[in-house]
Write a protein that binds this ligand. Structure first.
Ligand SMILES: [Zn+2]
Length: 728
C-alpha cells in the first residue's frame, strides 16, 4: 500500500516537473501516437509503466467498437464483412499487449507487476466478452456453414475454419449459465497465473549461496569464480563469492564444485523453490490451476485438459502423445541407469559409505567425460565467446537464406539490448531483431524469443515484425568476454530459429499466423543441428584471444562425445513431459498433494530413479502453469522428431548449406499457420516425419548394421559471404 502511494506521488512529481518544461510531451501517451522510430519499433525510451493501463483501456474499447460494427452490420454475413473484419480488429490491443508482455518477462519492475495484476483478469474477460458474444458467433457460423461458396480462396477458407473452431473451443456454443461459469474460470485462471509467476520470480532471487572461504571454491574454474566474485560485488558483498539459482551460476557450480555438501545445499534450494509454506508457495496455486482447467475442459465437452489442448495440435490426442513419450522413456531410463553405474564407480572412490544423489550427477558426469573423452567443458568455452556464437547464427542464416544483419541504433527497454535490422537476399527489409543476453533480477529464467510487433498485412502492404531474443547467458567478466557453454551456444541457435520463423512470416491474415504448439519448436530446434557441425565451427569457433580456429582434435572429441549423458538429458526431459501430461489428464478434480502426485507419476508408476529429478517440479514448472505449454511440454520432443528428420533433408542433399533445401524450408517458415503442420511438413520433406533420426540422435536406437559411414556432407565452395562486414 505504502509503495503504491509513493509511486503515485512520485509520478505526480515527475509529471508536474515535466509539465513546466514540455507540457505536450509529458501528456502524450506513446501508445496514442504513430511511432516515428527506426522501422517503427516501440519507443521504449518514452514508454513508462504508467502508460500501459490507459493504453490497454483505449485499446480494449477500440476493439469492442470494431466488433460492434461487425455485429451491427445489416448486410448478410460474408467472408469480408465478418471473418476478415474480425481478423483485422484489435490491432492496437495486440500492439500494447505484445510490448507489455515482452517487457514484463525481460525487465519486470514492481510498477509493471502492479499493472500486470490489474490487467490480466481484465484481458481475460475482454476476450471472453468477444468469444462468447452470441451475435458475433452467429455471423461467424453463417460464413462457416457456407464457407465453400463464400470464401474466395484457400487462405480465406482456412481462416474461417480456424476462427469457427476457436469460437467453439472458447465456449461459443454453451448455454448462458455455462458461459458465465467459463468467464469466471478464465478470470481466475489468469489471476492465478500472474501470482504463480510473481512467486517464482521472487523465489529465483530469494536464495544465494555465499562463500567466504576460498577453500570452498575447490574444483571451480576461474570463470565461475570470477562471475561469483562479481555477483558478490553487485550485492555489496565484496571479497566473497555468491552463487545463485540462475542457470549460469547453478550449473557450473554443480558441475565443478568438489564440496559435496555445498552442491547439495544449492541444488536442494533450486528444487525447493516456491514450496516453503510461505507467501511465495505455489503448491496451492497448482491445485487451483488443475481444478479450474479440469472444470473448463469438462464444460467444453472434453474428458480432461490434456484432451482439450491436444485436440488442436498435430498429435490430436493424449494417446498419441503418450505413445511417443513411452517409446522414448524406457530406453532413455535404461541408458541413464547405465550412465549412473559408470559414475558410481568414481563416486564410491570418493565416498565409499554414501549413496549417489541427484546433486552428484553433473559433477561425476563431468569427471566421466574427462576420463572417457578427455573433454572438459572449460576447454571449449574460449572458442565460444558470445560474439562468436552471434557471428555463427548470422553466418548460418546468410548461407542458407542469403539474409544479412545490420546493427542499428533504436530505442531499447534496457541498455543491455542490441538491435539489428534484418535484410533479405534481395535487400528488402525483413524485420528488426533485438537481443538481450544476460541475467538480471527482473528477468524470468531460461531463454525465449517473442515479438514486439507481429507480422501482418495492412492495406495490402506487409508490416514487418519486430522480434526479440531474451537469454540468461554467462556474463562477461573483467578479464574475459562472455564465454558460453556448448549448451548456451545451442540455446542461441535455438532461439534464433524462432526469430527466423517470425522474421520470414509472410502471412496474409493475422489469424493464420500461429502454428500448432507441437510444431512451434521445429523451426528452432532444427537450427541446433548446425551448431556443432565442423563446417560451422571452422567459421565461428575461434579462440577469443588469438583468433585461432578450434583445433580439429577438440572438434573430434566433441563429436565422439555427442551421445555422452544423453540418457540423463532425455530422461529428465521426458520426465517433465510425462509429469505435465499426467497432471493435466485428470478427468475430475479432487484436492491433491503436489509432491505425492509427482512421486506417484514419476517414481511409482514409471520407476524414475532417485538420482534424477524431472527437469521441472510443479511449484516451478513455469512452462505449464504460467507459460503457454500446459499439457504441452511434450511439444519439444514431438518437434524433435520433426527437426531431426528435417535436418536429414540437408544431410541427404550432400550439402549442409544447400540452398534448394533451404528454400523449401523457408517456404514452410513463411507460411506460418496458413496450412496445418502435417501438410507443411509433408510439402517440405515429401514424406511424413520418421521418428528414427530422433532416436538415433539420442542414442536410443542402433544404427543400421549395413550402413557404412556416410560421407561427411561438404560445404559448398561458393559462399556468398557478404555477411561478415554486415555485422562486424
Ligand atoms: Zn523454443
Amino acid at each position: 500500500m505504502k509503495r503504491f502511494t509513493l509511486l503515485l506521488s512520485t509520478l505526480f512529481m515527475i509529471m508536474t516537473l515535466a509539465s513546466c518544461t514540455d507540457k505536450n510531451k509529458a501528456a502524450v501517451n506513446p501508445f496514442f501516437e504513430e511511432w516515428d522510430t527506426p522501422f517503427g519499433v516501440p519507443p521504449f525510451d518514452r514508454i513508462e509503466a504508467a502508460h500501459y493501463m490507459p493504453a490497454f483501456e483505449r485499446a480494449m474499447s477500440t476493439h469492442l467498437a470494431e466488433i460492434d460494427a461487425i455485429t451491427a452490420n445489416a448486410d448478410e454475413p460474408t467472408f469480408e464483412n465478418t471473418v476478415a473484419a474480425y481478423d483485422d480488429a484489435g490491432r492496437m490491443l495486440s500492439e500494447v499487449s505484445l510490448v507489455f508482455e515482452m517487457v514484463c518477462s525481460a525487465d519486470m519492475t514492481p510498477e509493471l507487476q502492479a499493472v500486470e495484476e490489474r490487467i490480466m483478469p481484465r484481458l481475460s474477460s475482454h476476450r471472453d466478452r468477444i468469444m462468447l458474444d452470441g451475435k458475433l458467433f452467429e455471423r461467424v457460423k453463417a460464413v462457416y456453414d457456407r464457407r465453400e461458396t463464400l470464401c474466395p480462396d484457400a487462405d480465406a477458407l482456412r481462416l474461417t475454419e480456424k476462427l469457427y473452431r476457436s469460437f467453439v473451443n472458447a465456449g461459443a456454443e454453451l448455454d448462458d449459465a455455462k458461459k458465465e461459469r467459463l468467464k469466471q474460470i478464465n478470470e481466475e485462471l489468469s489471476a492465478t497465473s500472474v501470482k504463480y509467476g510473481n512467486n517464482l520470480l521472487a523465489e529465483n532471487n530469494a536464495f544465494v549461496l555465499e562463500i567466504d572461504d576460498p577453500a570452498d571454491l575447490e574444483g571451480l574454474p576461474v570463470s565461475a569464480r570470477e562471475t561469483a566474485a562479481e555477483t558478490a560485488e553487485r550485492m555489496d558483498r565484496s571479497g566473497k563469492w555468491v552463487f545463485t539459482l540462475h542457470k549460469p551460476s547453478l550449473i557450473p557450480f554443480l558441475t565443478y564444485s568438489a564440496r559435496r555438501e555445498l552442491r547439495e545445499k544449492l541444488y536442494t534450494a533450486y528444487l525447493g523453490r516456491a514450496a516453503h509454506g510461505d507467501e511465495h508457495d505455489n503448491r496451492a496455486l497448482v491445485n487451483d490451476f488443475i481444478r479450474l482447467r479440469t472444470e473448463k475442459a469438462r464444460l467444453l465437452g472434453f474428458d480432461s485438459y490434456a484432451h482439450y489442448v491436444t485436440s488442436e495440435q498435430m498429435s490430436g490426442s493424449p494417446e498419441a502423445v503418450y505413445e511417443l513419450l513411452d517409446a522414448v522413456w524406457t530406453p532413455a531410463l535404461e541408458r541413464a541407469k547405465g550412465e549412473l553405474a559408470e559414475m558410481e564407480t568414481l563416486f564410491k572412490r570418493d565416498f565409499p559409505d554414501s549413496e549417489f544423489a541427484s546433486w552428484d550427477w553433473w559433477y561425476y558426469a563431468e569427471k566421466l567425460r574427462k576420463q572417457n573423452y578427455s573433454l572438459d567443458e572449460e576447454m571449449l568455452r574460449p572458442y565460444f565467446s558470445l560474439e562468436n556464437a552471434k557471428n555463427g547464427i548470422f553466418f548460418l542464416a546468410n548461407r542458407l537464406y542469403g539474409v544479412t544483419f545490420r546493427p542499428i541504433v533504436a530505442p531499447v527497454y534496457n541498455d543491455e539490448c542490441y538491435v539489428y535490422e534484418v535484410i533479405d537476399a534481395d535487400r528488402s527489409h525483413l524485420g528488426v531483431l533485438y537481443f538481450d543476453f544476460f541475467p538480471r533480477d527482473g528477468k524470468s529464467g531460461g531463454a525465449w524469443c517473442g515479438y514486439f510487433r507481429e507480422q501482418s498485412y495492412k492495406d495490402g502492404e506487409r508490416v514487418a515484425p519486430v522480434v526479440g531474443i531474451v537469454c540468461n547467458f554467462t556474463r562477461p567478466t573483467q578479464s574475459t568476454p562472455a564465454l558460453l557453454t556448448v549448451d548456451e551456444v545451442e540455446t542461441l541457435f535455438h532461439e534464433f530459429g524462432h526469430a527466423l520463423h517470425f522474421l520470414f512470416h509472410d502471412v496474409r491474415y493475422r489469424g493464420l499466423s500461429d502454428v500448432e504448439g507441437d510444431f512451434v519448436e521445429l523451426p528452432s530446434q532444427i537450427m541446433e543441428n548446425w551448431a556443432m557441425q565442423p563446417q560451422m565451427l571452422e567459421h565461428y569457433a575461434t579462440h577469443y584471444r588469438n583468433k585461432e580456429v578450434i583445433p580439429q582434435k577438440l572438434v573430434d572429441k566433441l563429436r565422439r562425445s555427442t551421445l555422452f549423458n544423453q540418457g540423463f538429458t532425455t530422461t529428465e526431459l521426458v520426465a517433465a513431459a510425462l509429469s505435465d501430461m499426467d497432471i493435466h489428464s485428470q478427468t475430475s478434480y479432487e484436492q491433491f498433494d503436489v509432491e505425492a502426485f509427482e512421486k506417484w507419476s514419476m517414481r511409482d508408476k514409471r520407476g524414475l530413479i532417485p538420482q534424477i529429478e524431472p527437469r521441472y517440479r510443479y511449484p516451478y514448472f513455469s512452462h505449464i502453469f504460467d507459460g503457454g505449454y500446459s499439457a504441452g511440454y511434450y511439444f519439444y520432443i514431438w518437434a524433435e522428431v520433426l527437426d531431426k528428420d528435417a535436418f536429414q533433408a540437408f544431410v541427404e542433399s550432400g550439402n549442409l548449406f544447400d540452398r534448394k533445401t533451404a528454400q523449401r524450408f523457408r517456404h514452410l517458415l513463411e507460411r506460418g499457420g496458413a496450412d496445418d503442420g502435417r501438410k507443411l511438413y509433408h510439402d517440405f520433406r515429401g514424406a511424413d516425419p520418421d521418428r528414427r533420426a530422433m532416436l538415433l540422435a539420442r542414442g536410443l536406437a542402433e544404427p543400421e548394421p549395413e550402413s557404412e559411414e556416410e560421407p561427411a556432407p561438404q560445404a559448398d565452395t561458393n559462399p556468398s559471404a557478404t555477411v561478415a562486414e554486415e555485422f562486424e
